[in-house]
Design a protein around this ligand. Structure first.
Ligand code: FES
Ligand code: FES
Length: 162
């Protein structure tokens, strides 16, 4: 029988302690144990970015990290940054620019985009493209996604944050 380890993770600000199978991936734990299904699973081997989450402030692939490795860590998911309002400007811009179609990539894309926005710097379209290059979208052709992220970054800069 697979070993389970007692693991404590602060997920979206709430501390949870569970006995977690040693080989369960973090994204599976979030989805199956905590019901946080906003983080999607596409390729399951670190390529598509659908499972992008934040661990201790840095974006990571939830399919490449074991849940037990997050013991003692602070994990944020799309649900967390939505509920807190952190991602509201990006969500509004994605909506207004039609930067999503099926929406499968969108949670991971927003996590990656928010990572860039939170740096409070100006970025060129090329830099935006580079930053989201690990997040695949099969629907939009990326143009509208870059438009939306660029708009938010420019707005932040105009507010004096850039
Ligand atoms: S499901 Fe994790 S990168 Fe594709
Ligand atoms: S909106 Fe469908 S994969 Fe991006």
């Amino acid at each position: 029988m697979e070993q389970a380890l007692t693991t404590t993770i602060t997920v979206n600000g709430t501390q949870v302690t569970r006995s977690i199978p040693a080989r369960q991936h973090l994204v599976d734990f979030l989805r199956e144990e905590l019901g946080l299904t906003g983080s999607h699973i596409g390729c399951e081997h670190g390529v598509c970015g659908a499972c992008t989450i934040r661990v201790n402030g840095a974006i990571v692939r939830g399919c490449l990290m074991l849940a037990v490795q997050a013991d003692g860590c602070k994990v944020d998911t799309i649900e967390g940054i939505s509920d807190s309002g952190e991602a509201k400007d990006l969500q509004k811009a994605f909506h207004e620019k039609n930067a999503l179609q099926c929406g499968f990539c969108t949670p991971g894309m927003l996590m990656a985009a928010q990572d860039l926005v939170s740096k409070n710097q100006k970025f060129t379209r090329e830099q935006i493209r580079e930053h989201i290059s690990g997040n695949y979208c099969r629907c939009t052709g990326y143009q509208a996604i870059v438009d939306a992220i660029e708009e938010v970054i420019q707005t932040e800069a105009a507010r004096g944050k850039g």
